[in-house]
Design a protein around this ligand. Structure first.
Ligand SMILES: *Cc1c(COP(=O)(O)O)cnc(C)c1O
Length: 397
């Protein structure tokens, strides 16, 4: 909707992506392009590569950047790793594992899926069973979504790694960290992940439009042996010191400058502090929702407390409550933008994003705006903002 009057102040953005872009990143992106032979360009690219490796906690993997969104990152992985007719295991976790599996199938790959149980994370036992069933080792990779952004559910990656090992299966371990990176702990090498995929507009706090893939030597070897025609996405073609080849053409200069600034902000705060802040703010949101739910109108969608995402919280509403109407009041009257339900959760949940450039005041403002909108809608709810304040004041958690 195009506003006809100026709205004073800021509108709080609590979508789980795109997220708020810090001023330092906005300013870094607001610059003129350089000539591609400028000596500062390789320095910028090198800073982004080394910063991403530090963030992913990998020394083994090589990082490739694409002028693309998260779906582009998915496609890069499929193009490099999945030959037509080849199989991958996509453990079910909700809307995003469904989407990735569909994309595999669109390229002629076979997506073996495990079912998902609403409100629960990926079941490592189902992963192990599916791999044991594949005695011929036709499955070349396991494509795991770390945080399903639609349900606000985060899986236990270490347990999934153990499941792959327990099945004695050689499949690559490929992890989508689009919604979790720089929010939840992720250490690529220690975990034994072969590939990680992400995008700029979530925990990385950059405008949408930049995707990355980190691939280790095992994944690179699988890609080299894969005869599928590809060009733009091809990892081998991008292994070059020439920026024009590294990006298969002109680099997205503004996004790279934004990423360099964002990585600097994360490094300055300290990754452990960034993760602790996400956990703290998520606890406040969960406390508010638990309190709102006392009247029976709504509840946390993710059942297992350990699986509740530190990036986004999905809130299930009781029949008769329209989450879209609630969102509209929150956005138009109280200047708080929260997200709706995706896919099968459409009309059943709304979602509060709490990742990226986020602090206590923003979370309390968001919760207050949502609570106010619930009152306008006549939805019976407890004093969630009070519960969130109590959770923030309590430093023992
Ligand atoms: C947002 C998201 C994607 C897709 O990213 P786009 O940039 O919207 O294409 C993929 N996976 C996860 C887990 C996401 O949260």
């Amino acid at each position: 909707m195009r506003p006809t009057v100026r709205i004073p102040g800021i509108r709080l953005l609590h979508s789980p992506g795109p997220t708020r872009v810090p001023d330092e990143v906005v300013n870094a992106m607001a610059r003129q392009p350089t000539d591609l032979a400028d000596a500062r360009l390789p320095l910028l690219i090198a800073a982004c590569e080394s910063g991403m490796k530090a963030l992913l906690q990998t020394e083994r993997a090589e990082v490739f950047f694409y002028a693309a969104n998260g779906h582009g990152g998915w496609e890069a992985v499929i193009a490099n790793l999945v030959a037509p007719g080849a199989a991958v295991l996509v453990p079910g976790t909700g809307h995003f594992s469904d989407g990735w599996a569909e994309q595999v199938e669109a390229f002629g790959g076979v997506a073996v899926r495990t079912p998902y149980r609403e409100g629960f994370p990926i079941d490592p036992a189902a992963v192990e069973a599916a791999l044991r069933d594949d005695a011929a080792h036709r499955i070349g990779a396991v494509f795991v979504v770390h945080t399903d952004t639609a349900s606000g559910t985060t899986c236990d990656l270490a347990a999934i790694r153990r499941a792959i090992d327990a099945a004695k299966h050689p499949a690559l371990f490929v992890v989508d960290v689009v919604a979790s990176l720089a929010a939840a702990p992720f250490a690529m090498d220690a975990l034994g992940a072969n590939v990680a995929i992400g995008a700029s507009q979530k925990g990385l706090m950059v405008h949408p439009g930049l995707a990355f893939v980190a691939a280790d030597e095992r994944a690179m070897a699988v890609a080299r042996a894969n005869p599928t025609p590809r060009f733009y996405w091809d990892w081998q073609r991008r292994q070059s010191d020439m920026s024009y080849r590294k990006f298969c053409g002109t680099p997205p200069l503004a996004h790279m400058a934004g990423l360099e600034a964002a990585l600097g902000l994360i490094a300055t705060e300290g990754l452990a502090n960034v993760q602790a802040r996400h956990a703290r703010l998520a606890r406040a949101v969960h406390a508010a929702v638990a309190c709102w739910g006392e009247g029976g109108a709504l509840r946390l969608f993710t059942q297992m407390p350990a699986a509740r995402s530190v990036s986004v919280t999905a809130i299930e509403v009781s029949p008769g409550i329209d989450p879209e109407a609630l969102r509209t009041v929150a956005r138009e009257r109280f200047q708080v933008a929260v997200a709706g339900g995706l896919g099968p959760l459409s009309g059943r949940v709304f979602r509060i994003g709490h990742l990226g450039d986020m602090n206590e005041a923003m979370i309390l403002g968001c919760l207050a705006g949502v609570e106010a909108a619930m009152r306008v809608q006549g939805i019976a709810c407890g004093l969630g903002v009070d519960a969130a304040i109590a959770a923030l004041v309590d430093t023992t958690g």
